[in-house]
Design a binder for this molecule. Sequence first.
Ligand code: SF4
Ligand code: SF4
Length: 97
Amino acid sequence: MATEETNQLSLDDKLFTVRRKTLNQSHITLDERLCSECLNRICTYVCPAEVYVWDEAAKKIDVRYENCLECGACRVACEAIEWANPAWGTGIAYKNS
Ligand code: SF4
Ligand code: SF4
C-alpha cells in the first residue's frame, strides 16, 4: 500500500532505480492536429515519468522522451501518440537487474 511518504517522492527519486541511454532523437511523436483539439490531455496523467507536459506558452505538449520508462500506458491512452521501441542499445535498464 502506498504511504503518504512514497506519494511525495520527486520524479528523480522515482526514476532512481533505472538508468537510461538515450539518443538525440525521440522515439515518441504526436499527431499535433489531434492535440490541438484535445480537451482532457490524458497523456499528462497516465505517464508515470511525466514525459508529457503541457507548454502553455507554445500551446503544445512538450515530450520529454528521455524520461520514458517504456511502460506502454500512453500508447493505450491516446491514438495521437506514435510510440516506437527505442533504438537497439538505448532506452532503460534496471540498475539492480
Ligand atoms: S497526446 Fe493525446 S492526450 Fe495528449 S494532448 Fe495530444 S491528443 Fe491529447
Ligand atoms: S511508455 Fe510509459 S513512461 Fe514512456 S511515455 Fe508512455 S506512459 Fe510515459
